[in-house]
Design a protein around this ligand. Structure first.
Ligand code: DAH
Length: 338
């Protein structure tokens, strides 16, 4: 009888060794250890044994069962480890495999100019503001001293959304908005943004373009402060030796008003003048409409043509290049990507 037990143990050991899956182990357990399994049969056969042999036989059967349980558990954990290892291997990421190629974009040249000037003005204590591109006639014209029917409105025809709602023709309306917000306190802001005009597009004109507005209000602001600021800005952009030319001009919201040209030296010794901005001392009427007493406060304002600066800085001959999204053009500005 004990031989039978040994044979059974051996048989099971072999089967467990060959088993490859949890399911196969389960079948082995069922065949041998369940209520109808081989060990149960052995126990049932005990009744044929003489009484004195029964306890020893029972003990052998139980020991064998415990051993088989252990063998099964052992194998189960081996199979589980193997499964885990396979899973880990399958999910392994090979970081040495070459990735998909994608090309890095560049900061648009117009935004490079804007970011550069933002840094420049922030360093001088200015705050950067924003204003809406869809603007009210009130801020775009009225509060900038272009009353209804004012001839200067003709130069700034635009796209209308409704009768008194339009695409702003300049960033100057941000002056009015800022004054109303600032309630009689000093102001030192710039505002970059898109502007629109009903213009025919050509080499130097576009129906959509960008400006940076500047506004400074305080006590005792003079034309010298304005000129100093603009000269510093031009020299920051184009080098310490660069000169500017300031010409009288007319804008309804400043008095006096000027246009500022950057002086370019031609190869033959002559000079060229390239207009880059309008500026002036804030008109008393504009201060008053913005809630400031012109007897107490004064200020200056300027409006920089971003495209003009970029064309000059990067030697771009056709303004339309900025808007075409042609990679051959844009990739030339990679160098400035910071
Ligand atoms: N807004 C003017 C334009 O687009 C430019 C300008 C001129 C802005 C004089 C100013 C200024 O702030 O003082 O034609």
């Amino acid at each position: 009888m004990s031989n039978n037990i040994e044979k059974l143990k051996e048989e099971i050991r072999l089967k467990v060794e060959e088993a490859l899956t949890k399911e196969e182990l389960e079948i082995i357990r069922n065949n041998y250890l369940s209520k109808k399994g081989e060990f149960a049969k052995l126990m049932a056969s005990m009744k044929d044994l003489p009484n004195e042999e029964k306890p020893a036989f029972g003990k052998l059967v139980n020991e064998a069962k415990t051993l088989i349980e252990l063998i099964l558990l052992d194998k189960l954990s081996i199979i589980k480890d193997k499964l885990l290892e396979e899973k880990l291997n399958n999910e392994k990421i090979d970081i040495t495999v070459k990735g998909d190629k994608f090309s890095l974009g560049t900061i648009h040249p117009l935004n490079q100019v804007i970011e550069d000037l933002e840094d420049f003005f922030i360093a001088m204590g200015y705050e950067v503001k924003e204003g809406p591109e869809v603007e009210l006639d009130l801020y775009n014209f009225e509060m900038m001293n272009f009353s209804e029917g004012h001839p200067a409105r003709d130069m700034q025809d635009t796209f209308y959304v409704e009768d008194k709602v339009l695409l702003r023709t300049h960033t100057s309306p941000v002056q009015a908005r800022t004054m109303l917000d600032s309630k009689n306190n000093p102001v030192k802001i710039i505002c970059p943004g898109k502007t629109y005009r009903r213009d025919e597009d050509d080499l130097t004109h576009s129906h959509q373009f960008m400006q940076i507005e500047g506004l400074v209000i305080d006590k005792n602001i003079s034309f010298a402060n304005l000129k100093d600021t603009l000269l510093r800005m031009v020299r920051h952009l184009f080098g310490e030796k660069r000169e500017i030319r300031v010409r009288p001009s007319y804008f309804p919201f400043v008095e006096p008003g000027v246009e500022v040209d950057v002086v370019v030296n031609n190869n033959d010794g002559t000079k060229r003048y390239i207009e880059v901005l309008g500026a002036g001392l804030i008109h008393p009427e504009v201060l008053r409409m913005g809630g400031y007493d012109p007897k107490e406060f004064s200020g200056f304002a300027f409006g920089i043509g971003v495209e003009r600066i970029a064309m000059l800085k990067y030697n771009v001959e056709d303004i339309r290049n900025f808007y075409l999204n042609d990679l051959r053009f844009l990739q030339q500005f990679k160098g400035d990507l910071s």
